[in-house]
Design a protein around this ligand. Structure first.
Ligand code: C2E
Ligand code: CA
Ligand code: CA
Ligand code: CA
Length: 276
């Protein structure tokens, strides 16, 4: 009884209880968002070394009615903890495929490749490959227009299973990028075994370029590593011409960041593609 009393005391720690209530409210809100069409996909341009549009990253947005937009940093962790990321992630893929199908016959938009973030929990679903195949087939899109961004938390799972799943998706035509590279714990021996196409330098390292010597050294090392693994290297969070120039000088020839365009609705990307 004494122990139970102590546990009760701990449970009612006001800060902790507030956090739990906030999380529960967010979870309820997210369920409603999915059911009532409050989620949106925004697209952020990705450009090549000449600044020419080559694709976009799909980024989830939650727009509750009559309230400010909620950023994914606030709700993705809750979606992951509750498992809601699985239906939400599936909705994102479906929405992106619908857009790709609309763009397919346009000369510029039809060439774009869209990167979709896949959380570890979604990737691990036993029917993930079947769902992807079904979605691509239903929209009748060319799978080579799709790229999946995986973080090191995905690839840290059972390596043989991950390779098997990635192989099945690659056979459909999809490409893979390793996201936030350098922030996780995956070993190089491990990465070498994965059928990757691209490595993405985390914006945390891009931020300090060109003034922070450590960030510069890490960015250069990541670019060199990517090339030695024969991967395309893209930098995210590129905000200044000086960052772009440094990255280009060291062989990183693909960029994403506010310097080239913020995430926005599909119409904004379409306008950019028409202009270019
Ligand atoms: P991420 O995959 O690392 O995405 C890049 C983040 O950097 C995005 O934040 C983007 O808006 C932001 N960003 C882009 N350009 C710049 C820049 O020049 N400077 C700075 N400082 N930031 C920039 P966002 O949209 O808030 O997304 C946050 C995270 O939420 C993403 O990080 C990703 O991990 C997750 N996320 C977003 N959409 C999805 C999704 O559909 N599924 C899953 N599983 N996760 C998602
Ligand atoms: Ca990403
Ligand atoms: Ca990233
Ligand atoms: Ca990041």
């Amino acid at each position: 009884a004494k122990d139970a009393g102590r546990d009760t005391h701990r449970f009612y720690n006001p800060a902790m209880q507030a956090a739990m209530e906030q999380r529960a409210a967010l979870e309820d809100g997210l369920r409603r968002a999915l059911a009532q069409d409050e989620l949106r996909v925004h697209y952020q341009p990705q450009v090549d070394e000449h600044g020419v549009l080559m694709g976009a990253e799909a980024l989830l947005r939650w727009q509750p009615p009559d309230r400010p937009m909620v950023s994914p940093g606030a709700f993705i962790p809750v979606a992951e903890a509750t498992g809601l990321i699985v239906p939400i992630g599936h909705w994102v893929l479906d929405t992106v495929c619908a857009r790709l199908s609309e763009w397919a016959r346009h000369p510029t938009l039809g060439r774009l490749q869209v990167a979709v973030n896949i959380s570890a929990r979604q990737f691990r679903q036993p029917d993930f490959v079947d769902q992807v195949r079904e979605t691509i087939g239903r929209h009748g899109i060319d799978a080579t227009r799709l790229k999946f961004e995986l973080t090191e938390s995905v690839v840290l799972d059972d390596v043989d299973q991950v390779i098997h799943t990635m192989g099945a998706l690659k056979a459909l035509g999809l490409a893979f990028s390793i996201d936030d590279f350098g922030t996780g714990y995956s070993s190089l021996a491990y990465l070498k075994r994965l059928p990757l196409d691209q490595l993405k330098i985390d914006q945390g390292f891009v931020f300090g370029i060109p003034d922070d010597a450590d960030d510069c050294a890490i960015a250069r090392a990541v670019i060199a590593l990517g090339h030695s693994l024969r991967l395309q290297v893209i930098a995210e969070g590129v905000e200044t011409p000086a960052q772009r120039a440094f990255l280009a000088r060291h062989g990183c020839l693909a960029y994403q960041g506010y310097l080239f365009g913020a995430p926005g609705p599909a119409e904004a990307l379409e306008a950019l593609a028409y202009a270019g």
